[in-house]
Write a protein that binds this ligand. Sequence first.
Ligand SMILES: [Mg+2]
Length: 110
Amino acid sequence: MKLNEYQEEASRTAIFPNELPDFLDVGQVYTVLGQSGESGEIQEKLKKAIREDEEQYVEDMRDEVGDVLWYLSQVCEEFDWDMGEIAEDNLDKLQDRQKRGQLTGEGDDR
Ligand SMILES: [Mg+2]
């Protein structure tokens, strides 16, 4: 198959809105996309560490973790969420799963 044929066929399955829902704004979308991009940079550094057999890339991951943290803080800011509360809720969830022997496995509703 030629790539232009694939592109045309794929376009027939592409269903998405042309604008943001009213409950989202540009800052919310921008920060979530930024966080995702920075997460990809962590993965890229790890990939380079493997490919180049170079420990420096692992050390560079630390900077990218900081970038992710910054974007996460701004995601919370944009959605008016308290990072400390989210951290506490997350630990509560995980500790509850641990007590019930559900740390391993899959699914959000364990
Ligand atoms: Mg970065």
